[in-house]
Design a protein around this ligand. Structure first.
Ligand code: GAP
Length: 446
């Protein structure tokens, strides 16, 4: 973890929030590379969960919601963690996380556990009284439930269908830590899939498998991923079943994503509390029913940390060691770097034109400082899949060299083909190498 945290800060992925004031516990800022990585993770989730499907639509709801939402959903009463305090050093701990009965910091005695609601409270309007209390949402999911009817009517969706959302959630966690693993402000990607009661088990299994495969597709090693079913007594108040997709983080196996069968709990609770019936009329069977809900819920920050951990490698390179982030090209923050071999005016002008051309459809960097070897290293360390070198020969033959991050193989192509070639390679096209002697062969592993 130390290596990941250090790389993240040194290269501008993640910084502690308000760092110049000593930081704010449980809050993080994403730097120029971190925000690209985050946006790419959100984009591949959105593409597969919304864009590529006929049965899921997107939504973005407000972070502040009517207080009654959280009363009806059960969060006001039940979004609580048992908190204990050390009688000696006064540090506070989540009782569930403790192994023994003593303070992990100073071995002092602990108080009895009391229940602590983790929702952040604030006020709407200028008057800070109890009538104006609202909460920062602790999950995005309730935005989908309270809009169930709006979406069903406005999009004329038939069951089964889903509503997806990405956005910030807030929890006043008693203990935070392990870098961005558990924060107080974090981002979630959740999808509520509304199904006919009786078909819920089938859809539950479908979503567990689909989401498991997604993590592997974008770079998690199969051996670092597992499934953990919650025992009945540990299920959230709304769930009939819940399986966590767990990942082997540097601090141990822990939840990456949760898939829950939330039954008809939320829709029924909101129907009761609001007086607005949230059910579904099936034209074909002429039945009215309240749909069951299968919910795959994942953060953005946790997969981001997991993708960084599994991408990280230290590899021998000639007499030295190179640090590489082997990111899947779709999530790599920078897709290619344009590297002129010299800063001489005529070469620089040519290289800048190449850069401008490519950046119009890909996130690319221009780097003309230090030796080419060091520039390759810098790009490897941030996971850039391709480096494009522009040399003096390029001025003559209008060709540039592309170097692939993982194999370090190189190809030389006409600059007029560069944009198209990079796009195709990023989408998975094979990297054909021209070795000494000139014969075209298939690059290994492609
Ligand atoms: N709507 C259901 C729900 O919110 P959850 O298991 O509490 O379920 C879903 O949260 C996901 O959100 C987790 O699997 C995790 O990826 C992320 N998450 C939850 N709490 C988090 C925190 N304090 N910091 C970072 N990510 C968190």
């Amino acid at each position: 973890m130390d290596k990941i945290v250090s790389l993240a800060q040194r290269r501008g992925f993640v910084f502690p929030s308000s760092e110049i004031y000593g930081g704010l516990s449980g809050c993080w800022d994403y730097g120029p590379l971190g925000i690209e990585l985050k946006r790419n993770i959100k984009a591949v989730w959105w593409k597969e969960m919304v864009q590529d499907r006929d049965d899921i639509v997107g939504i973005e709801t407000s972070i502040l919601m009517a207080r009654q939402v959280w009363e009806a959903s059960g969060h006001t009463e039940r979004m609580v963690d048992p908190l204990v305090e050390c009688k000696e050093c006064h540090l506070r701990w989540k009782a569930d996380d403790l192994k023994g009965t003593q303070c992990p910091a100073c071995k002092g005695d602990l108080t009895e556990a009391r229940m602590f609601n983790v929702m952040f409270k604030t006020f709407v309007g200028p008057i800070e009284d109890s009538a104006n209390v609202v909460y920062l949402r602790p999950e995005t999911a309730q935005g989908m439930f309270v809009n169930f009817d709006n979406i069903a009517q406005s999009t004329r969706r038939k069951i089964p269908f889903g509503i997806a959302q990405q956005g910030k959630s807030f929890r006043n966690e008693i203990t935070t830590g392990n870098f961005i693993f558990r924060s107080r402000e974090f981002e979630q990607m959740e999808m509520e899939f509304f199904v006919k009661p009786g078909t819920d088990e089938k859809w539950f299994n479908y979503w567990v498998q689909t989401r498991f495969d997604w993590h592997i597709k974008y770079g998690i090693k199969r051996e670092h991923l597992g499934l953990d079913e919650h025992p009945k007594e540990k299920l959230a108040h709304y769930a009939k079943r819940c399986i966590d997709i767990i990942y082997r983080f540097p601090h141990g196996w822990a939840e990456l994503e949760g898939i829950a069968n939330r039954t008809d709990y939320d829709l029924k609770q909101h129907s009761r509390a609001s007086g607005k019936t949230l059910d579904y009329y099936d034209d074909e069977t002429k039945e009215h029913y309240t749909p069951f809900v299968i919910e795959p819920a994942v953060g953005v920050d946790r997969p981001l940390l997991a993708f960084m951990c599994d991408a990280y490698a230290e590899e021998p390179d000639k007499d030295e060691t190179r640090v590489v982030l082997h990111f899947h090209p779709a999530i790599a923050p920078i897709k290619a770097a344009i590297l002129p071999l010299s800063k001489k005016e005529n070469l620089a002008a040519f290289a800048r034109d190449v850069y401008k051309d490519v950046r119009s459809n890909l996130m690319v960097q221009y780097d003309d400082t230090q030796s080419i070897g060091r520039r390759y290293r810098r790009q490897d360390e941030i996971g850039t899949p391709y480096c494009v070198t522009v040399d003096f020969q390029s001025l003559e033959d209008k060709r540039v060299t592309i170097r692939e991050r993982d194999s370090m193989n190189q190809i030389r192509i006409p600059v007029s083909e560069l944009r198209k070639t990079l796009t195709a390679k990023l989408e998975g096209e094979a990297f054909l190498v021209l070795p000494q002697g000139g014969e075209v062969v298939q690059a290994k592993g492609k």
